[in-house]
Design a protein around this ligand. Structure first.
Ligand code: NDP
Length: 285
């Protein structure tokens, strides 16, 4: 079998057109969705991510406010800035780019963001709401994966989904979203015994590990859907995922490439969440 490639770039572009239209509608009613991005320090990867987020906001006609803070700032200074943004009616989404310098407690910072502006979906209130199936901001990468499957027409109820990785930002929430859609979910992690036994049972296999070539053809059942969340660099410095793409695509039914797979969906869902927040704030007035 040669897998059908799930083109995240195309699906993201389609979603962004839909978002841009809704932004226009909202603007015509006097509300411009606004995203504040806080960047602390000079982490090169963070600077690149922040730039892409700013660019996406501009392209979709949203207001964007970039706040750069020095590496040495105190936790208190950052919390005060978040309080200001929580109270700013022009801002509907607040994103603090992670990781943060070691003097700052990430948990405290995430919890300081108003759950109504938590467009990353990391606040415990949004996580709890997601777990109980209530209206919530869903974390962007897991949400993007669900949209990729939906747009590809892959049905989820009753499927066995195996998630490798259990981070708070990808592994755990993506498994929960599949459970909410009536899949049977297995989580694997670094202490899992006989990983291959589990992954081979997957109708839908999600790899969110962060190791190049971690998943090979031996891990995959014929015809499975393979979603590669990994964003790694190989020895040549080239961007690659967790999955050995060439060999796995001979066996899988569907596969996401890296780049142009899950990656473009993450920022798209951030834009979607910012729009959702603006629309909900408008409805509350
Ligand atoms: P983390 O490092 O937080 O989590 C990695 C997970 O992989 C952990 O749960 C860990 O298990 C598990 N793991 C590590 N080694 C093994 C092993 N040998 N066998 C089984 N499981 C293992 O990473 P993230 O979740 O933040 O990110 C994962 C990958 O996804 C990275 O490459 C990251 O760059 C990428 N990413 C991509 C995004 C996108 O937009 N495309 C967005 C976010 C992340 P344990 O918990 O036991 O330590």
């Amino acid at each position: 079998m040669t897998a059908q490639i799930i083109n995240g770039q195309e699906i993201a572009a389609k979603k962004r057109v839909e978002i841009a239209k809704k932004v226009e509608d909202l603007k015509s009613q006097g509300v411009t969705p606004g995203l504040a991005v806080i960047l602390v320090g000079n982490n090169h990867a963070s600077q690149t991510y922040v730039k892409s987020k700013e660019k996406a906001c501009n392209e979709l006609g949203m207001y964007t406010l970039l706040i750069k803070m020095e590496e040495e700032i105190t936790e208190r200074e950052l919390l005060v800035k978040i309080e200001e943004l929580n109270a700013d009616p022009k801002i509907h989404g607040i994103l603090v780019q992670l990781p943060l310098p070691k003097q700052i407690d990430e948990r405290k910072v995430i919890e300081a963001i108003s759950p109504l502006k938590d467009v990353d979906g990391f606040h415990p209130i949004n996580i709890g709401r997601m777990m109980t199936g209530q209206n919530a901001f869903l974390p962007c990468t897991p949400y993007g994966i669900m949209v990729l499957l939906e747009e590809t027409g892959i049905s989820i109820p009753g499927k066995h989904v195996v998630v490798v990785g259990r981070s708070n930002i990808v592994g755990k929430p993506v498994g929960q979203l599949f459970l909410n859609q009536h899949a049977t979910v297995t989580y694997c992690h670094s202490r899992t015994k006989d990983l291959e036994f589990h992954t081979k049972q997957a109708d839908i296999l999600i790899s969110a590990v962060g190791i190049p070539n971690f998943i090979n053809a031996e891990h995959v059942k014929d015809g499975a859907v393979v979603i590669d969340v990994g964003m790694n660099r190989n020895e040549a410095g080239k961007l690659c995922g967790d999955v050995s793409f060439e060999e796995v695509s001979e066996k899988a039914g569907y596969i996401t490439p890296v780049p142009k797979g899950v990656g473009p969906m993450t920022i798209t869902m951030l834009m979607y969440n910012t729009l959702k927040s603006a629309a909900e704030s408008f409805a509350r007035i």
